[in-house]
Design a protein around this ligand. Structure first.
Ligand SMILES: Nc1ncnc2c1ncn2[C@@H]1O[C@H](COP(=O)(O)OP(=O)(O)OP(=O)(O)O)[C@@H](O)[C@H]1O
Ligand SMILES: Nc1nc2c(ncn2[C@@H]2O[C@H](COP(=O)(O)OP(=O)(O)O)[C@@H](O)[C@H]2O)c(=O)[nH]1
Length: 228
């Protein structure tokens, strides 16, 4: 049981490794990994009012409007009074960051800074299990059976907007909307930026930063990468 609740956000462009690193943090430090994409998929599957609305944007490759995102996510976060969490994919605009700010005090923000060529290579090779959001990469973390999800055995798919043609526009959009969010967290003194081309080389630095802030779970702490 953690002594103090810990609230963190992970930011980065598409393909920067937010999901991958969030899973490692969740395993090593016992934080709940919350993902805006997963919340949206749950709501779409459950046909909630917000889910039905969000679907119309996601299907067109658009961001879901801020008011829909905040209406969906903030009540869920408010319910989590007894959990430490790490949020992946939210906030991604200044309006979302301000809304989150009014709900809770963040302890830490991780921002991933990954070169374009690396993002392009990773995303063109990203395979997704749509129902769960589980993510694979044919070189980095391939599924046990090619083209099939490890747990359900269901087929994996690729997203059109992960292909290089769509990526340039997605990255430009990310840069535009994320900059003021990054500046906000910088001014609050809670932003930590990590740069590099390989998750396995960035992870030890994130791991040691978090080790100074939250007690790790000894049984899982060393399972990914040894410290350099
Ligand atoms: N904070 C947000 N604000 C607005 N729309 C969002 C937000 N988070 C997710 N979405 C919408 O949900 C979709 C799925 O999100 P998800 O994070 O699973 O995948 P993604 O777009 O492939 O992101 P990434 O490549 O960074 O993992 C997004 O494409 C976007 O339309
Ligand atoms: N080759 C390679 N692929 C990686 C690395 N880290 C993550 N990936 C893969 O890159 C893709 C994007 O990672 P993901 O965690 O989904 O990033 P997100 O879009 O920021 O959430 C996925 O297919 C991951 O399996 C890495 O260091 N090297």
């Amino acid at each position: 049981m953690m002594a103090k609740l810990f609230r963190a956000v992970i930011m980065g462009p598409p393909g920067s490794g937010k999901g991958t690193i969030s899973e490692r943090i969740a395993q090593s430090f016992g934080l709940k990994h919350l993902s805006s994409g997963d919340f949206l998929r749950e709501n779409i599957a459950a046909n909630t009012e917000a889910g039905v609305l969000a679907k119309t944007y996601i299907e067109r490759g658009l961001m879901v409007p801020d008011h829909v995102m905040t209406r969906l996510l903030l009540p869920r976060l408010e319910e989590m009074t007894r959990h430490s969490w790490l949020m992946d994919g939210f906030p991604c605009t200044l309006a979302q960051a301000k809304a989150l700010n009014s709900t809770c005090d963040l302890d830490l923000v991780i921002s991933l800074n990954i070169p374009y060529e690396t993002l392009k290579d990773r995303l063109s090779d990203r395979w997704i299990h749509p129902a769960s959001g589980r993510v694979y990469n044919m070189g980095f973390n391939p599924p046990h059976v090619q083209g099939r999800d490890d747990l359900s055995g269901e087929p994996l798919i690729q997203h059109d907007n992960d292909q290089p043609e769509a990526l340039v526009a997605r990255l430009r959009h990310y840069k535009d909307v994320a900059k003021p969010v990054i500046d906000l967290y910088k001014s609050k003194g809670i932003l930590h930026m990590f740069s590099g081309t390989e998750t396995d080389r960035i992870w030890p630095y994130i791991n040691s930063l978090l080790s100074t802030k939250i007690p790790s779970r000894p049984e899982t702490d060393t399972q990914h990468i040894p410290l350099p």
